[in-house]
Structure formats: structure tokens, C-alpha cells
Design a protein around this ligand. Sequence first.
Ligand code: CTP
Length: 436
Amino acid sequence: PDVETFNCRQALEQLSSNIFELLRTAGTVGDELNQNVYVVGGFVRDLMLKTDNWDIDFVTEGDGIVFAKALHQAVGGKLTVHPQFETAVIRLSSHITLDVVTARREYYEYPAALPKVEKSNIWSDLFRRDFTINCMAISLNQSSFGDLSDYFGGMKDLQNKSIRVLYNLSFIEDPTRIFRAIRFAARLGFHLEASTRQFLQQALQNDMIRRLSHDRIREEFLHMIREQESLHNSMTLMRELGIFQALHSGFIVQSHTLERLKGIRFAMEGFRQLSPSSFNQTVVMLMQIMSEVLPTDLEEVCQILIANQTLIQQMMKSMNQRDTIYLILREDEVDRFTIYQLLRAHTEEALMFFYNDSDDPYIRHYIAFYLLKLRHIQLTISGNDLKSLGINPGPIYRRILDNVLKAKVLGTIYDHDGELKYAENLYNRLKEALHA
Ligand code: CTP
């Protein structure tokens, strides 16, 4: 936005009519309750950047829960109140969420603690926030509708593409802001203002990141990974600032790894078009980001980033077998059954990771062939069919079924009849061999 000419009221009027009406209604509700109501934070930032934002944050000077209940009466949706935090949420539709907080001042009893709060006014509510660009409010009450409160130079920083904290202890008090600073810088193509960068680095030197619980780190990290468009930027900044190493000294991420990240979306898109699949892209991204971590550090790094223990075990198994898999698939003539056996123990995500991680054309070719064709091969016969052929149940069943599967994967047989005939012949040959 141009600081000189930007007109908040006009910008609000240019929003879609349902959002504009909603803001008008919030102002009227505030007037009726004799409360000052503001729209704040990301919504204001994105209004100035002309980006849609359907998460609307309101701050009230007065009881936010009373306001939220009255607003809910007026606009409908699903209301949830959190009396202990004096906040409420109204979910209007699948994509519009209204958050209401009572203007508050926050203070921290010790670094990285959750804040203590007390009722306050809009200035203090803005002052407790992270970056100037997120610290603006627009008044919604009728008599002041559209008036901007920009106490900390947020609009100017938007214009200068600058991420700036309000005070030097910001990252110490809330180290999640380290991740947030990177996420916004990457998403918006902004830079960290010089002293903000220094404060961030001081917080890192003081090991503030390690004071965060794994849950909070995970939440911030995954938030970043889900912002696919800017993932390469955010991870590059993470690396430049030494955040990976601050998380764990063995969390090595090289620049070529970051280059690889770019390929994942395209590769996955390609596979999705060729064959319906439900890859979890985040998992593939995580594997790629951790691809240089040594086996001895891998589990600890996984534990920081991932909560699901089964997923951790699966990922580690695949990542630890990666070199063996590459070694076998690097040959120019690997038979179908070797490929099948080698890859079937791995998830789609792990296979996608191998595909993206390796630049050897043979490896890529075999993995694609497995993903698109071989993995769909299954037997149609079972133990019951062997019984109908008059074969007595026993370990021989496994042996026969494995061999039928092998023949099917190799392409010697392809349908139910073929499987049955193959099983029967095999049984007869085994029997003869036993008698011989
Ligand atoms: N906020 C903060 N410090 C945090 C988290 C949030 O100061 N650690 C404030 C910021 O003012 C932010 C607002 O709370 O604008 C809402 O937080 P959130 O919804 O996480 O951020 P948005 O700015 O709406 O970002 P996004 O566009 O990613 O939703």
C-alpha cells in the first residue's frame, strides 16, 4: 500500500459484499453494547496487500464474550466460547471464521512461558503482538468506521517489505515468533529488518528455541511446510539463520536438498494425474528435508518434527534403507520381481521421496514403474482355491502363493485362470520332485 494515499474505508468497501456487511454488523453490535470494536492483525495486513483473508480477528474494548454472543445472534454460524481466555470463535461457513478477543495486555512471567493476560485497551492489545505488519487495527463502530490505528508503523513496513518486531525481547518472550518471522518473510517476499534479525539471532544464541515444547515447534514447522508456494524461501531462510541446527545439532540441511524440495510438487502432480493416489505431500517434504540427517541423529530429529510414532518408524525404516535401494536399482536391468519385493515394504510417500531424491534415471524409472503398475498387481487366488485343487493345507501354501505372485509380477500369467493353472502345475511338479 502507499502510505500517503491508502484509504482504509475505501478498501473495506471494495471487499466482497458479505464480508463488508459482516464488518458493518460487527460495528453495529459494538455500538449497541457500547463497546469499541476493531478488526485487527492478519486481516488488516491482507486488506492492505489486497489478499483475501477469511479469518477475521476482532478485538473489543469490553467483554469480548458478550460481544461474540450478540454477534452470533446477528450473523448465525457456530459459536464456541473460551471463558478462561475471554475469547470466542464463530465458524460461519467452511472458510469464514470470526475470532473475538477481549482487548488485553500480556506479560510473561519467564521467557517462552505462556503469557499471563489482563483486560486492557486496543493499544496494549496491539503492543503484545508479533510484527508491525500484524499490529494494525481498523475501527468498526459506526462513528469511526474505517479509522486505522497504526501505532507502530505497520503500513510503512508493508510498503518497505519489512518484518519488524515491536520490542527487542519479542523473540525471547515468544520464540514461536522466530518461525513466524520466517514464514511471513517467505510468504510475502519480505526481508527481516536489520535489528529484528539481530534480536532473532540473539534469541537463537540464547537457545530459546529449545525452550519450546516439541508440540509448539511442530505446529510452527508444519504451518511452514503447508505453505507450499513459499516453502523453498522459508527453508532457505531457516538454513541461513541456523534454525535447523538450533533445533538439533545433527539437523543438517544442505542447499541441494532445498533445491530438491522444488521438485516434489511437480512430481506428485504428475503421478496424481496418471494414477489416483492419496499421497500425503507433507510427509514427502519432511523426508526430503531430513534426508541429510545421519542415521544416528535421525530418530531424535524425527521426534521433534513428528508426533505420530508409527509414521516415525515407517519413515526411519525407509530412510535407512535408501542407500541399499539405490544401489540395487541403479543397474540397467533389474527384473520386475526384484523391484516389486524391494519397494513393496515402503509407503507411497517414501517411494515419492526416493523418486524425488534420486537423480539417477534408472532409479526413477523403476520407482515410477512400480508406483504406476507393479504395486497394483495382486493375487486373485487364496488358500481356499488351493484347497479346492485338493492340496492339503501346510507351509506349502505360502510357497505356492509366493511363486504364483512372482509369475504374475514377471508377467508370465495375468488372470485368475492363469493363477489357478500355474498353482496346480507347480504343486504337481513339487509332488513329483518329492517322490523322485
Ligand atoms: N500473533 C502474535 N504472536 C503469535 C501469534 C499470533 O502476535 N505468536 C498475533 C498477530 O497479530 C497475528 C494474530 O495474532 O496477526 C493472529 O494470529 P494468526 O492467525 O496465527 O496469524 P495471521 O496473521 O492471521 O496469519 P495467517 O495469515 O498465517 O493466518
